[in-house]
Design a protein. Structure first.
Length: 284
């Protein structure tokens, strides 16, 4: 893709390092594994931190080897790789821009070459920028947000599909903003609407191949995404406190949703969206 907009690494301190975040998010799995993903290989975008790290940790505990895709947060990626390996599973960390079709193809091929197969594709990575006025959203930012949040899902699915067999799962991360809206996250919310439509349509497209496609729509979760530029700084002290549960969620409260729709427990579910959001969507 010759007109790829370069990642907005320096603007708003994005994409953000979990190693610099205080307090640290809770990523640790809360229970012993039961081999629900034994022998599987999962590719997780944004697997270095936040929800992606928690999913990688939980998948590894359940028996999966993990390919971690990330942009440039090498310290976070190294930590997640270490977490997976402490569960006695294999892990590879692949740095690059998922907004690039070429990189997505290379990342999938490296996963196959080094881990031997691909069973679960988790399209988790996301990018958001807070803007009070739609006129403040530059053309480059608009293109960049769509490249990261939805174009990448097309690119990775296209690259992964030849390697996915019957019983495979694709899981996309959408957001409560798709349902409730967000007046300061116009471009981000628009991509999340696209992701939900993509999930439901792709599920119908792939159902005859025995590949299930579902999504998770988190609410306000304590990850690097919001404190490092995804929200106005003055809003961070109140982040998540307007939910019915009166607090933000933690990544390890979201990861079990990703596990459920990756394993055989959800064998009769496709084109669905799970909502770990503290009741936020229903109260909007």
């Amino acid at each position: 893709m010759s007109d790829v907009i370069e990642p907005m690494v320096h603007e708003d301190q994005l994409p953000g390092h979990e190693s610099q975040l205080e307090p640290k998010p809770d990523w640790e799995p809360r229970y012993k594994g039961s081999d629900r993903l034994k022998g599987k290989v999962a590719l997780i975008t944004g697997g270095d931190s936040g929800i992606g790290r928690a999913v990688a940790a939980l998948y590894a505990r359940e028996g999966a080897d993990i390919a971690i895709l990330y942009l440039c947060e090498h310290d976070d990626a190294a930590k997640t790789k270490e977490i997976v390996e402490k569960e006695s599973r294999k892990a590879i960390a692949i740095a690059g821009d998922i907004g690039s079709k070429e990189f997505c193809e290379q990342a999938v091929q490296r996963t196959i070459d080094e881990l031997g197969r691909l069973d679960i594709l988790v399209n988790n990575a996301g990018e958001q920028h807070s803007d009070k006025d739609i006129r403040d959203i530059s053309e480059d930012q608009l293109k960049r947000t769509f490249q990261t949040n939805i174009f990448s899902m097309f690119f990775l699915t296209q690259a992964a599909l030849p390697h996915l067999k019957e019983g495979a799962a694709i899981i996309n991360c959408t957001s409560e903003t798709m349902y409730a809206g967000s007046k300061h996250l116009l471009d981000y919310s628009a991509t999340k609407g696209a992701i939900t439509a993509f999930t439901r349509s792709l599920a119908l497209n792939l159902v005859e191949k025995g590949i299930r496609v579902n999504a998770v729509a988190p609410g306000p979760i304590w990850t690097p995404l919001n404190p490092f530029g995804g929200q106005d700084p003055e809003k961070i002290p109140e982040f998540g406190k307007k939910t019915p549960m009166r607090r933000p969620g933690q990544p390890n409260e979201v990861a079990p949703s990703f596990l459920f729709i990756a394993c055989e427990d959800s064998s009769y579910m496709t084109a669905q969206v799970l909502h770990p959001d503290g009741g936020d969507t229903t109260s909007s």
